[in-house]
Design a protein around this ligand. Structure first.
Ligand SMILES: C=CC1=C(C)c2cc3[nH]c(cc4nc(cc5[nH]c(cc1n2)c(C)c5CCC(=O)O)C(CCC(=O)O)=C4C)c(C)c3C=C
Ligand SMILES: [Fe+2]
Length: 411
């Protein structure tokens, strides 16, 4: 892999996932090969000049795209509610249409309907479209008996300040790509296809580091300036699949559960805190993400290490200590979040933070126990406000010719 193509597939908060190869190819080239587990793909055309835009991630496969791939530079989250008359048939037709469109756009081809040519000159730019089903969808489609236990509502956490109008919803759509026009084009096409079946409930726009922005591939930074995504579960670890992917019920086997939190950062307070105190709050160095117990970014955190003065190297209330699986009965999740910024609030403070997205086999063994502890004992929580929330069942990927959710909607 050339240095250029390696950079093209890295970056964004939540990097630290395994990375495969992206070959050279002209913009819009058809997808040639895929590494399903590492989650990246090769474009097939020979002889073209490699470009960021030519990188393509196949829509079809064992897993939905947008879980295992490194976070792209741009994301749009759009959540839709079914109209009352849509029913199960309406949902089936919509998932068929959406899946067909997502597959074509991910391959750099125009959509079969409603294509307004906005992204005509660009390649797929690593476009991924990921679909999830909220708990409310099941009652509306006569499928209440098939709703998985793992989709039970998240509990309330101390300090939550949730806006329900920007939370929950029937159909979660995560559109990621390395180009904003490509994201807009996908959203616009999917929205027009939904007309008459589903209406937008809430949306959020996010971003991460643009591939190629750093001289060498590096884990992304969040808006607090921290290196974020280092200690994510690794696809090469033996319990990775058990941590991230569900083993039932039948239609969800191989799928995952996405927890979404819109977390505003109180940046006026944070940015006035001296760097050494910021580092104490997280338990890692700000400059390079190395743990305060020593070593480099990828050195395992030594939670037992004591400084010469007898204090803990990683404080008792440091974020990485409170969030670590070892203190949460092994609870773990794959974090794949994006930054957001929606300008300034009336008081002049930034309306900015993290679109926290975490994939796991079961939120009861992932997000919930960790957030319970964070909400009580994490020194970072003084600088955060959880403003919106959602939980979605993300079905397994669809095979060629199939659509996401087919085993649920046709049985
Ligand atoms: C409930 C889960 C988590 C929420 C919510 C959360 C919010 C949040 N985190 C950061 C910044 C960092 N988090 C880091 C590590 C980390 N965070 C969680 C979980 C949640 N974070 C876990 C499980 C871990 C890994 C812990 C471990 O095992 O070491 C880090 C360190 C670098 C890294 O490993 O990614 C940072 C930095 C922010 C800013 C935030 C809310 C806005
Ligand atoms: Fe965290």
């Amino acid at each position: 892999m050339t240095e250029f193509s390696r950079r093209a597939v890295l970056g964004g908060i939540g990097a630290g996932l395994a990375v495969g190869a992206v070959g050279g190819g002209v913009a819009g080239a058809r997808v040639g090969a895929a590494d399903a587990e590492a989650g990246t793909a090769a474009t097939g055309a020979a002889g073209g000049t490699p470009s960021l835009g030519s990188a393509a991630v196949p829509f079809h496969g064992e897993r939905q795209a947008g879980i295992l791939q490194p976070a792209q530079a741009r994301v749009q989250l759009a959540v839709f509610d079914l109209v009352p008359e849509a029913g199960r048939d309406g949902l089936r037709r919509l998932m068929q249409a959406w899946s067909a469109t997502a597959a074509r756009l991910a391959a750099g081809e125009p959509a079969a309907e409603f294509d307004n040519q906005v992204a005509l000159d660009a390649g797929p730019c690593s476009l991924t479209v990921t679909f999830g089903f909220g708990a409310s969808l099941f009652d509306k489609t006569g499928l209440a008996a098939r709703r998985p236990e793992a989709l039970s509502p998240l509990p309330d956490f101390p300090g939550d300040a949730l806006d329900r109008a920007r939370s929950d919803g029937d159909l979660w759509v995560q559109i990621g790509a390395d180009d904003a026009l490509v994201v807009f084009h996908a959203l616009r096409t999917l929205q027009r296809q939904a007309s008459g079946t589903a209406v937008l409930r809430w949306q959020a726009t996010g971003f991460g580091r643009t591939p190629g922005a750093t001289e060498r591939p590096m884990t992304g930074r969040n808006l607090m300036g921290q290196v974020d995504g280092t200690n994510n579960p690794k696809p090469s670890s033996p319990d990775f699949a058990r941590t991230v992917f569900a083993d039932g019920p039948d239609w969800m086997t191989g799928g995952s559960y996405a927890v979404y939190r819109r977390i505003r950062m109180l940046l006026d307070n944070w940015d006035n805190l001296p760097t050494d105190r910021q580092e104490r709050v997280i338990g890692r160095r700000k400059s390079d993400g190395a743990p305060l117990s020593g070593g480099t970014e990828t050195t395992p955190v030594d939670l037992a290490k004591v400084n010469p003065d007898g204090t803990l190297a990683v404080a008792a209330d440091a974020h990485v200590r409170v969030a670590a699986p070892s203190g949460n009965g092994g609870a773990a999740m794959l974090r794949r979040g994006f930054s957001y910024q929606d300008g300034l609030l009336p008081d002049g403070s930034p309306d900015a933070g993290l679109l926290f997205i975490a994939f796991q086999a079961d939120p009861a063994r992932g997000f919930v126990p960790v957030q319970r502890r964070l909400a009580r004992g994490d020194s970072l929580s003084r600088f955060l406000r959880h403003e919106a929330s959602g939980l979605y069942a993300v079905p397994p990927g669809a095979p060629e010719g199939g659509y996401v959710g087919q085993p649920l909607l046709e049985s």
